[in-house]
Write a protein that binds this ligand. Structure first.
Ligand code: ZN
Length: 324
């Protein structure tokens, strides 16, 4: 009589739209292999120096036959323990500094949340929803250089836009920049980058480790470019934002197709690629080439109607376009 009856009607659950296909289209498994290779090589180099230093310490006990074994054990475990303790302290310090960095921009920069630039917040919230990722906070800081960056190892993640970006980039270009930065959060680049600082900031080996890990960093940049492209489905929009950031607003429009092709030709040498290995970001020409190649690969797919509709956000959210 008192049996529980399950409701016959459909269970009312909030509708969660599927993740935007851009996330899988832009993702590359090989990024993680390159990351693993960089980390393993850095650790091996660190281990080599670590054990070499232990060996040199132990060699100091060679003359004392009685205490050799004891000294060797004590030296090894003592060094290992201090290595772990110092690593742990360094990690806590790095995480604290990242949190302090957020407080610093929060204290000094404009958080767009309730400002006249709240459209950036609306845009990033929409992107976050489409990409199934945490919302980000956007700050604007006084810096005439056109640039932006993202950081954070847990919510809240922060994107900082230099005031130069606000001044010189168009709204569409800014949107591309924001999606690129959000890609660094979506694919955990900011998290991974935080922890990699342990290897990058290591005394003596930091420079070598940084060089090894930047092979992954450059791939992460290309992945973020791809996500911006696959989400916006507008190659020119993403390329123009990159060009604006790299060559500045005065000549950005002059960087036409012929100029781009000429520069791609001029930078096709192995020496140019070798030089690029000392940069955390791929060269502009390579990023433009990469976007063109990805567009050629995916544009037939985008033209089909099966995909999620292209996101269109305008600054005004209260007015509805009469076109649609
Ligand atoms: Zn980036």
């Amino acid at each position: 009589m008192n049996e529980e009856v399950t409701p016959a009607g459909p269970v009312s659950q909030p509708h969660v739209p599927p993740e935007h296909p851009a996330v899988s289209q832009a993702n590359r498994r090989s990024d993680y292999w390159v990351l693993a290779a960089g980390v393993v090589t850095s650790l091996l180099a660190t281990g080599l120096v670590f054990f070499t230093s232990i060996a040199s310490v132990l060699s100091g006990y060679d003359e004392d036959v009685y205490y050799e074994d004891t000294a060797a054990d004590a030296g090894f475990f003592g060094d290992l323990l201090s290595f772990v303790v110092i690593g742990g302290i360094a990690l806590i310090l790095i995480l604290t500094l990242v949190r302090m960095m957020r407080q610093q921009v929060l204290g000094n920069a404009l958080q767009v949340e309730y400002s006249d630039y709240a459209w950036l917040r609306e845009w990033s919230n929409q992107v976050a929803q489409d990409l199934h990722m945490p919302r980000v906070e956007i700050m604007v800081t006084q810096d005439p250089v056109i640039n932006a960056y993202a950081f954070g190892f847990a919510t809240p993640y922060t994107i900082v836009l230099n005031s130069g970006s606000i001044r010189w980039l168009t709204q569409e270009q800014l949107k591309a920049v924001v999606v690129h930065e959000m890609a660094h959060v979506k694919y955990h680049h900011t998290q991974i980058g935080t922890y990699l600082n342990l290897l990058r900031l290591m005394p003596i080996l930091g420079t070598l480790n940084g060089w090894l890990l930047d092979f992954w960093s450059r791939r992460a940049e290309l992945t973020a470019d791809r996500l911006a492209l696959c989400y916006l489905r507008d190659n020119e929009q993403v390329k123009e934002s990159l060009i604006g950031v790299h060559v500045g607003p005065d000549v950005a429009k002059s960087f036409n197709d012929i100029a781009r092709q000429w520069q791609v030709y001029m930078t096709s040498s192995y020496f140019n690629r070798f030089t690029q290995t000392f940069s955390s970001h791929p060269f502009l020409v390579r990023r433009l080439q990469h976007l063109d190649a990805k567009t050629a690969e995916l544009s037939p797919m985008w033209s089909q109607a099966e995909v999620v509709k292209k996101p269109v956000r305008t600054r005004s959210t209260t007015k509805k376009s009469s076109d649609e």
